[in-house]
Design a protein around this ligand. Structure first.
Ligand SMILES: [Zn+2]
Length: 743
């Protein structure tokens, strides 16, 4: 048996990169999690293994065992792939060419054409297998449209990613899906990549495929390794998640038992590791059962195996190739559909990559200018802020020969042909329309975004005494809302609930109306911006008051962080710098418990009044507020209403204690109103109306019939300004107060 090695060989093999602390693959961890969830997977696997053993019990072609049945299949299989770039325009925004290069390399490995097989150590040279699989990026998408087999998914799920990032999966029995992301989340901490075996995928088809960090798309054999898992290969030490611990086996005869190796590169210790492998043989029984054949396998472990962790990976064994081919011809998880002639036609797998026009795209980057910019992307500035909006060309899907930008709103640079970034200021306030036309040899595609960024008006809409009841969509048109990821979780004007009786308010829709298990909003965030307020010259306690009503959704089946949160920030330099002034987490935000259906507030008791003392630094002539909502895994809707700026803290409800002694209608009102009250034993009733600052705007002492019901008309001229007023009647020496909302 082979027992010695040469120093020269060792030196040659030590050139492989050695990974950092990154765990190469957590397929086993994911496997055991899925088994815990679906114990039937184990039975599926057992049947799968039985079938495998029946097929390969009598030998492995080319290894020297008996093959008395019909010759082993030598067909070449073709497999369609789709690569998803899940991104938020960060470093993970891989260029198409990186994907093409990577797929080309994976395809070489799956035809055993990777040139580094020449450095496989002698004992394993005869075991180098050829999967005989051609990997192709699809050229037809699930809708029948031409594609290059690359998809860009703009999503917050690129960071803290997990299975949820696979939301855009193409049918997994037609394409092998591969996703590349920025970082893994808590459920996959430290992983470089992972995949699911066919038996797990059959229970969770919506998670089937490979997911990996973008930095590993073409790092050694990281992705060929994951595709091995997709095709039912285990790690060479078995499917524990603990390499380098105990001798294990992977159900494949010609990979000697091993403990496996953490990323060590081609170290001599790994290449000629005899632990577990010494004296390893296997006896094959002939098909008739009359004669045996003993194969004496190498006495060293196969550290160069693609299913080890060494990052010194060179080969699959012949037995592994047979196992993969078996998985590809079995119905489990629909793998056998991938290679059918009909599917190859449907996915265009065998057609050349089409020459398609580019997909025009741009991102909004961090503003430039003086002032501290804390957000990675700046979408809201005033003309006076001195900041430049920063637009970056992100067009893809072909080699771009040129772009044409057009900007509305009196842009300082109204047109540009920059293929990189354009800095721009705008003189006209409101939503900016950006048009980007991207051209390649195959044509031009134009993107028009009429809500790209928002230029905020510096003119204040009010200050002390301001009241916003969100009465109509038109009235809140200067409250721009951004839905950054263009999904169902977003701010919007809502009709159907209110805290002040007008049946309208603002809503953050956090409830998952799709009820899809993979529609988590965790990691998303969306903003609602206020108009400018003039708070200059104020002192003492000045409050930003509003009411919220919120619920949460059931937590069953949810792992990881669950909470929604609301953060309110303020800026005094036109959006160049936002500072958090208050944050509400789930515990304080949710005031209506858990609802399994979409929450809509009912009576006024479902609302909680909130008052924030505005820090003195924000009492300026141009203060804006930003309401940033972070939806969570168990979110339900949040409603916002009755926003005002006053010298009172929020809970003005508490001073309205009239019972049914005093009624005002209509309330809220945009005209006059009527007061209805009961008189007492005394005939004189004192009526007064104060505005939110406490100033008396109306006062009267009138005589009425004792113990009667009186109706009194209040003209709009008495309450000319929109806002909150407090109406009081004094009856028999007792004071009764009600809140009046005028809009
Ligand atoms: Zn693995």
């Amino acid at each position: 048996m082979f027992k010695k090695f040469s120093i020269v060989l060792t030196a040659l093999f030590c050139m492989a990169k050695v990974s950092n602390a990154q765990e190469p693959c957590i397929t086993d961890q994911k496997y055991w999690e899925s088994v815990k969830k679906y114990p039937q997977i184990l039975e599926y696997e057992r049947q799968f293994e039985e079938q495998m053993n029946a097929v390969y019990a009598h030998g492995i072609p080319g290894v020297g065992a008996k093959t008395t049945l019909s010759p082993f299949d030598t067909t070449i299989f073709d497999i369609p792939l789709v690569v998803h770039i899940v991104h938020d325009y960060g470093a993970e925004y891989l260029p198409d060419n990186d994907v093409f290069d990577a797929v080309k390399y994976w395809a070489q490995v799956y035809m055993a054409q990777n040139t580094d097989t020449s450095s496989v150590i002698d004992p394993f040279k005869k075991y180098v297998g050829n999967p005989r699989m051609r990997l192709h990026l699809a050229t037809i998408d699930p809708n029948g449209n031409p594609t290059k087999g690359i998809v860009h998914d703009h999503s917050y799920l690129t960071t803290n990613a997990d299975d949820q990032a696979k939301y855009s999966q193409w049918p997994q029995n037609k394409y092998i899906n591969l996703w590349f992301i920025n970082t893994f989340g808590a459920a996959s901490t430290g992983a470089a990549a992972y995949a699911y075996y066919p038996s797990s995928a059959s229970f969770m088809p919506y998670y089937d495929g490979v997911i990996g960090l973008y930095t590993y798309i073409n790092y050694d054999k990281a992705i060929p390794h994951e595709l091995g898992h997709v095709l039912n290969l285990q790690h060479v030490w078995g499917n524990t998640n603990a390499p380098d611990v105990a001798c294990g086996d992977d159900q494949v005869w010609d990979t000697p038992p091993t403990k496996g190796h953490n990323p060590v590169g081609c170290s001599a210790a790994a290449l000629y590791d005899v632990n577990c492998a010494t004296g390893y043989t296997h006896t094959y029984t002939s098909i008739s059962g009359l004669a045996d054949s003993l194969v004496d396998f190498p006495d060293t472990t196969n550290a160069q195996n693609i299913m080890d962790y060494t990052y010194c990976q060179r080969m699959f064994t012949k037995g592994q190739c047979d196992r993969m081919r078996n998985a590809l011809t079995a119905a489990t998880a629909g793998r056998n559909n991938l290679i059918t002639a009909a599917n190859l036609v449907a996915t265009g797998a065998l057609a050349p990559t089409p020459d398609l026009p580019p997909v025009a795209d741009f991102s909004i980057e961090r503003a430039t200018g003086t002032g501290i910019i804390t957000d990675a992307r700046t979408v809201f500035l005033t003309p006076a802020s001195g900041g430049n909006f920063n637009f970056r060309n992100r067009s893809w899907n072909d080699t771009i020969s040129g772009v044409n930008w057009t900007f509305s709103n009196g842009a300082t640079t109204p047109t540009s042909t920059s293929t990189t970034t354009v800095l721009n200021r705008f003189t006209t306030t409101g939503w900016v329309t950006v048009t980007l036309a991207a051209t390649s040899n195959a044509g031009t595609t134009t993107l028009v975004n009429d809500h790209a960024v928002y230029v905020a008006d510096t003119t204040p809409v009010g200050g002390f005494g301001y009241y916003q009841g969100f009465h109509s969509a038109a009235e809140v048109s200067n409250w721009p809302a951004f839905n950054y990821f263009d999904n169902q979780y977003k701010w919007g004007f809502f009709t159907g609930a209110s805290s002040d009786g007008d049946n309208t308010c603002m809503r953050y829709r956090s409830f998952d109306t799709t009820q899809k298990r993979i529609a988590t909003p965790l990691g998303d965030h969306d903003d609602l911006f206020s108009p400018a307020f003039n708070l200059s010259g104020l002192s003492g306690n000045i409050y930003l008051n509003f009411k919220t009503a919120a619920a949460s959704a059931p937590t069953s089946g949810i792992t990881g962080p669950v909470g929604d949160s609301l953060e309110i920030d303020a800026t005094t330099n036109g959006g160049m710098r936002w500072t958090k002034i208050v944050g509400y987490k789930r515990g304080t935000l949710v005031n209506n418990g858990t609802k399994s259906t979409e929450f809509v507030p009912g009576s006024s008791s479902t609302w909680t009044a909130r008052g924030i003392a505005i820090p003195a630094a924000y009492l300026t002539p141009n203060t804006f507020f930003r309401f940033r909502y972070w939806p969570g895994n168990t979110g339900n809707n949040l409603y916002l209403d009755g926003l005002n700026i006053s010298g009172f803290p929020a809970d003005v409800e508490q001073i309205a204690n009239s019972g049914n002694q005093l009624t005002i209608f209509p309330n809220p009102t945009n005209e006059g109103c009527k007061l209805v009250f009961k008189t007492g034993n005394e005939s004189i009733v004192r009526t007064s109306i104060k505005d939110i600052t406490g100033r008396i705007v109306y006062e009267a002492n009138e005589a009425y019939a004792p113990n009667s019901t009186v109706q009194q008309t209040i003209g709009r001229d008495i309450t000319p300004n929109a806002g909150i007023y407090f109406v009081s009647v004094v009856v028999d020496g007792a004071i009764f107060t009600q809140k009046l909302v005028v809009y």
